[in-house]
Design a protein around this ligand. Structure first.
Ligand code: GRG
Length: 308
């Protein structure tokens, strides 16, 4: 698969060890999350075990990786971005725990393991999701802010992405759309909120932690938006082309729930084209970084080609 930038210029790719980047950053993020979260034995132990169960179940850690890569692209210290990367992963995990509940997507498997409510029961799973969301803000509050981005702006950024105009709005539209005819325009609305908002927030916060310029922040927003949309198109493709074992969650759920997806509306081939086009726009957005955003570039390509 060859992907070009928006103006069809081939990308100038420097050799970049993405595998090494992902492994080292996942280790760093996991260690930080372990430090930030209450111990599994802290009373009441059930809730802390449940929070840790889903958080350390083997997620791909793509949002933290994007956050850290964005900080690096802007010349920042990854240690400054690390609490924000962890906060985003807590919000992401909370959304998965709640999404899997019987009242939502009703799933038995996530990240290759039984879902939270299957192990701890519905009440504790709801509370574990609530606690992870709250934990995210406690972790983010560790950042003191930067000269261009106040502490208040950082917290607001996170709250907006997770709130009723973005992440939750997407979930509401998704729930209300089940079994109904959905147009490509409505589907885009859902994807922008349900998926793209948090991915975009990840790179924006990474940039802010590096005290990035307004030009860099605009470029990161453009990049995150398009990578986020591509991420969901690929997720929808994988739902119909991969096995549950590979995905670590129940495959084919979208079709069963009569959910609108790109493959169901425009077919698989066109969906792949759309994901490539969106990724091409993400590559093009990185132009202002003049070759310094190698990790972001490599991540966008990896996300397009992923198989789980
Ligand atoms: C607020 C309850 C609530 C839900 C919000 C995020 C969400 C809406 C629902 C979760 C299910 C879903 C399909 C979300 C879209 C984003 C997405 C594809 C999540 C999966 O992300 P990955 O593949 O997962 O990065 P891992 O497990 O690797 O972290």
């Amino acid at each position: 698969m060859s992907v070009t930038s928006r103006n069809s210029q081939p990308r100038l790719q420097k050799a970049f060890d993405l595998q090494g980047f992902l492994e080292s950053r996942t280790t760093a993020v996991n260690a930080a999350l372990d430090r930030f979260l209450p111990a599994a034995t802290a009373r009441p132990a059930t809730i802390h075990k449940a929070m840790r169960y889903s958080l350390f179940a083997g997620g791909k850690r793509m949002r933290p990786a994007l956050c850290l890569a964005a900080a690096a692209a802007c010349g920042g210290r990854e240690s400054d971005a690390l609490p924000l990367a962890c906060a985003i992963e807590c919000i992401h995990t909370y959304s998965l725990v709640h999404d899997d509940l019987p009242a939502m997507d009703d799933d038995d498997y996530r990240r290759g393991k039984l879902t939270n409510h299957k192990v701890f029961g519905e009440g504790i799973a709801i509370l574990a999701g609530d606690a992870l969301l709250t934990q995210a803000f406690e972790i983010a509050a560790l950042c003191q802010g930067w000269s261009r981005y106040s502490h208040q702006q950082i917290i607001r950024e996170l709250a907006r992405a997770a709130g009723s105009l973005q992440l939750i709005a997407g979930q509401v539209a998704d729930l209300e759309g089940e079994g109904r005819r959905t147009s490509a325009k409505q589907l885009k609305y859902i994807h922008e909120r349900k998926t793209s908002a948090l991915l975009c927030c990840s790179v924006r916060l990474g940039g802010m932690s590096a005290n990035c310029t307004s030009i860099q922040l605009k470029a990161l927003t453009d990049f995150g938006y398009h990578v986020g949309l591509a991420f969901q198109v690929i997720d929808d493709i994988l739902d119909v082309t991969q096995t549950s074992e590979k995905l670590g969650k129940t495959a084919g759920k979208d079709t069963k729930a009569q959910k609108a997806t790109y493959p169901s509306i425009v077919g698989l081939e066109k969906s792949r084209k759309i994901a490539e086009q969106l990724t091409g726009r993400a590559f093009a957005a990185l132009k202002p970084f003049k070759g310094k955003a190698v990790a972001l570039d490599a991540l966008a390509e990896f996300l397009l080609k992923r198989d789980r």
